[in-house]
Write a protein that binds this ligand. Structure first.
Ligand SMILES: [Zn+2]
Length: 106
């Protein structure tokens, strides 16, 4: 492939991030910040905070562990780190827009 000088290499547009890249992002991005950017208020002690789950009706079901940089919900099977949060939020956003979402995301 020739270098046009403007368009990025087509291969870079379809390549997946490496495991190392995902691990670096997960270490650098706080789940707490992602949750709050979603408009979910968190309360509680310093290490563990709770809030409303965006995927189910459990008002204080969402738990954010700031030390482990993870989230989980007692009302549904949601859980993981920053990468899983973004994947789940974006998947729901796209599916809701397409009217295919069956989980009733907010
Ligand atoms: Zn939930």
């Amino acid at each position: 492939m020739t270098d046009s000088g403007y368009w990025p290499d087509r291969r870079s547009l379809v390549s997946r991030p490496s495991k190392a890249e995902l691990d670096r992002l997960a270490a650098e991005i706080a789940v707490e910040r992602l949750v709050e950017e979603r408009g979910i208020a968190l309360s509680g002690e310093d290490t563990v905070k709770v809030g409303a789950c965006p995927w189910c009706d459990t008002v204080a079901g969402l738990t954010v562990d700031r030390e482990a940089n993870t989230f989980s919900c007692s009302g549904c099977d949601a859980g993981g780190g920053p990468v899983e949060w973004v994947l789940a939020i974006e998947a729901c956003r796209l599916l809701t827009r397409s009217s295919f979402c069956v989980r009733g995301c907010r």
